[in-house]
Design a protein around this ligand. Structure first.
Ligand SMILES: C[S@@+](CC[C@H](N)C(=O)[O-])C[C@H]1O[C@@H](n2cnc3c(N)ncnc32)[C@H](O)[C@@H]1O
Length: 264
């Protein structure tokens, strides 16, 4: 089969990947040259030399970002729940001769709670709003990340920010109706025809959720795109009263785990 025929056999494509022979996997993409234009925005916010870095690419799709990060020297673990996209990703990595640097696995983001490995860089783009349990995913990923996370989500229009009060009086809850208050809109049916879009957080909501999971935002290189770093000075709820809820939510025996921890 020619490369052109192979591309057609693997269609439909969401990533337009420029192959080494000059062919493109989705040259007529509805977003333009996607995700090349997103990568152009982000690439200078990521270290150019990723040798020795372990990277986790969640919802890797056809592997565009995994390839770019592997080209910089990273060892990449890429996961996606969709077998179709993983097939594209494996094929594309082979075309670039990068299949020894990238491991592809069919996994749900939540499955990561049952793995041991940690990552210097977690790439979490285009997945958060597709999840029914987005904050659980962020709590899991917070424990997997040692240095940085690149985070992108569909969001609500606007860039309002605010100082978050330490407490809100019961009768003063109107403050939560202000534009900047951290929030997520729930999509009961569809957005842009897609029934897998569940949530659209606002800008302050993204900042606050990331902070609550132990990340501080250090840059916003593009629309809806955040570079976050692990910040040890932030206490997440997992280190305090909420750990048992987390353990239970990821299907662990929380009573056993908590008693092991307190015995230490
Ligand atoms: C909108 S695409 C984003 C692809 C890529 N990360 C990007 O930013 O271009 C969402 C991808 O996440 C995958 N996905 C959705 N829910 C997932 C989940 N719960 N666990 C793992 N992957 C998921 C989809 O199969 C799809 O490939």
């Amino acid at each position: 089969m020619s490369t052109k025929e192979e591309i057609e056999a693997l269609a439909p494509w969401f990533h337009n990947i420029h192959l080494p022979d000059g062919r493109e996997t989705a040259p007529n993409h509805f977003l333009g040259d996607f995700p090349t234009f997103k990568w152009e925005e982000i690439k200078s916010s990521i270290p150019e030399d990723l040798n020795g870095w372990k990277v986790l690419d969640i919802g890797c799709n056809a592997g565009f970002y995994s390839l770019e990060l592997a080209k910089r020297g990273a060892e990449v673990n890429a996961i996606d729940l969709d077998e179709h996209y993983l097939k594209q990703a494996k094929w594309t990595a082979g075309k670039f001769g990068l299949d020894d640097r990238i491991t592809f696995r069919q996994m749900q983001v939540y499955d990561l709670a049952h793995t041991e490995e940690k990552y210097d860089l977690v790439w979490f783009m285009g997945v958060f709003y597709h999840l029914r349990y987005p904050l659980l995913a962020l709590d899991i990923l917070s424990q997997k990340t040692t240095k940085m996370m690149v985070f992108q989500t569909l969001s609500l229009p606007g860039k309002e920010e605010m100082e978050i009060p330490q407490d809100v009086e019961f009768h003063k809850r109107d403050i939560m109706k202000t534009a900047a208050w951290p929030k997520m809109a729930f999509i009961e049916d569809r957005l842009a025809g897609d029934p897998t879009n569940w949530w659209a957080p606002n800008h302050q909501g993204i900042i606050s959720m990331l902070r609550s999971c132990g990340f501080k935002i250090v840059a916003m290189p593009g629309e809806e795109t955040y570079i976050a770093e692990k910040d040890k000075s932030l206490t997440t709820s997992l280190e305090s009263w909420n750990y048992s809820e987390y353990l239970s939510a990821v299907g662990k025996d929380w009573q056993k785990e908590i008693s092991k921890k307190t015995k230490k």
